[in-house]
Design a protein around this ligand. Structure first.
Ligand code: MN
Length: 478
């Protein structure tokens, strides 16, 4: 389990007794937070910062600990912020400034100057907030009594986003083949991705994967077929075609493991050595948190893995999707989103069927894929694009709905959703903002999660939802 370090600020001027109380209160706070957040994160208390040296030591520890994904700081007393400069300058992990107190209420009868000196987050946290602003360090502030539900929820969100950023910093995307020829939005600055998000985008020839496929044993493929049959309904008699996909998935698992990649891309323009485009193989891997991007889309591959990680402790579905086509009945406009094959089974409202159909593009053999109807509920659609000199995240609130009628001839899995505030403004805003046709849809995450990720990674964010108006549209085109 990942961890957050908890660092409390004070100073040595206060004397032994006061510092003892600070440490005791901090321990009580950390124990309480662990009891509430232990399902998501471990929180570990470090020595109280009394001077610059302790601060630097604490931050070095956070920096070097592979399990540590972020740091929580709180100023129990006043803690002169010049002591924090050198430590904060070496921290390169998500930072939460918890603006809280050990006590909920003021002890009106008993309060004296000792109490005031000991419990002065209102004072010390302002000094600390200033130095964070002065140094320009991206961070989050959660304010309130630490036992209150809204504060716990804020720290929980920080833990989940920090874990996602931790994965992001270790993300390696294996790209089989390159970006699909002529497609713009899926391309961009790979170096910029690595500098800003840590994503290593590494090219591999698909022949290397094909060679692994050719050398698999029957029992390896049998085991994967058993997995498919236990999870999905076999709705085809072309078992050999499904077996081919099972072999792709086993080979992909071996390949990703060998190169330490947690995400990959393929493109139907380069399947040299494979008979089919990976369908169920990619779908089943996405179900295990592996990022996938079609047509060489390394950004959505990495981003989807990061957002799946962010949502791993929540109910709801998160995964890659592509905008496809609309139902434009006035006032009831809906979007049908899907892909050629690769829709994550996380979106399945019913038990997915394994079906085999022609691909109708690319000239390869008929691929096996999972087909199902989509989940419903409030959600977001989010994408990340490369603007040349910066990255931009676009996050739109949507409502996933049941498809109004059956689609018996559609051979792919699909979801349907309603745009907010309405079709005209919601989709126009996405277009003005330059939003891609590849995105991540989630019923587990919300705008606040994405906003925190954007702030902590220094990414421009455009949000679309019920608060978006016609007048906002031109602002999104910058
Ligand atoms: Mn696509």
């Amino acid at each position: 389990m990942e961890k957050l370090y908890f660092i409390v600020g004070s100073q040595d001027l206060y004397g032994e007794e006061c510092l003892k109380q600070v440490a005791a209160d901090a321990k009580e706070m950390v124990d309480f937070l662990n009891s509430k957040l232990g399902d998501v994160i471990n929180i570990e208390l470090l020595p109280t910062v009394e001077n610059s040296e302790i601060c630097v030591e604490n931050m070095k520890k956070a920096l070097c600990d592979e399990e540590c994904v972020g740091v929580i700081t709180w100023m129990h007393t006043f803690s002169p912020a010049k002591m924090w400069i050198k430590g904060l300058q070496i921290l390169n992990k998500p930072l939460l400034h918890l603006h809280t107190q050990a006590n909920e209420r003021l002890p009106y009868d008993a309060i004296d100057m000792d109490f005031m000196n000991l419990n002065q987050a209102a004072h010390g946290d302002r000094e600390y907030g200033f130095i964070l602003a002065r140094l320009g360090i991206p961070h989050e502030v959660v304010a309130g009594y630490y036992k209150h539900d809204n504060v716990i929820a804020g720290i929980r969100r920080f833990a989940e986003v920090s874990k996602a950023i931790g994965l992001s910093k270790h993300m390696r995307v294996a790209t089989f083949g390159n970006n699909m020829r002529d497609v713009a939005v899926t391309d961009g600055n790979r170096l910029g991705c690595e500098i800003q998000y840590g994503w290593e985008i590494k090219y591999y020839g698909i022949g290397e994967l094909a060679e692994i496929v050719d050398n698999l044993t029957d029992s390896e493929i049998d085991a994967k077929m058993d997995e498919y049959k236990s999870k999905y309904t076999m709705a085809t008699d072309r078992e050999d075609v499904v077996r081919e996909q099972a072999a792709y998935e086993v080979a992909l698992e071996k390949f990703l493991d060998k190169y330490g990649a947690k995400a990959y891309t393929d493109t139907f323009q380069n399947l040299y050595g494979l008979n089919q485009l990976p369908g169920i193989a990619s779908q089943n891997l996405m179900d295990k948190g592996i990022g996938f991007g079609p047509e060489g889309d390394y950004k959505i591959s990495a981003f989807s893995a990061v957002l799946m990680k962010m949502s791993e402790n929540r109910d709801g579905a998160t995964g890659f999707i592509e905008d496809y086509t609309y139902d434009l009945e006035p006032g009831k406009e809906l979007e049908l989103a899907s892909h050629m094959l690769e829709v994550p089974p996380a979106f399945a409202a019913n038990k997915p069927e394994i079906q085999v159909h022609p691909l109708d593009i690319g000239g390869k053999s008929d691929p096996a894929r999972l087909v199902f109807d989509g989940v419903t509920g409030d959600g977001i659609q989010v994408t990340l694009i490369d603007m040349g000199d910066h990255f931009r995240i676009i996050c739109a609130d949507i409502e996933l709905v049941n498809q109004p009628e059956a689609m018996p001839n559609l051979p792919v899995a699909r979801i349907m959703y309603r745009h907010k505030p309405d079709f005209a403004i919601g989709t126009a805003a996405w277009c003005y903002a330059g939003g891609a046709h590849h995105s991540v849809v989630s019923t587990a995450l919300n705008r606040d999660d994405i906003a925190m990720f954007a702030r902590l990674t220094g990414t421009e964010l455009i949000c679309i939802g019920d608060d978006t108006t016609q007048a906002d549209l031109q602002k999104f085109f910058m």
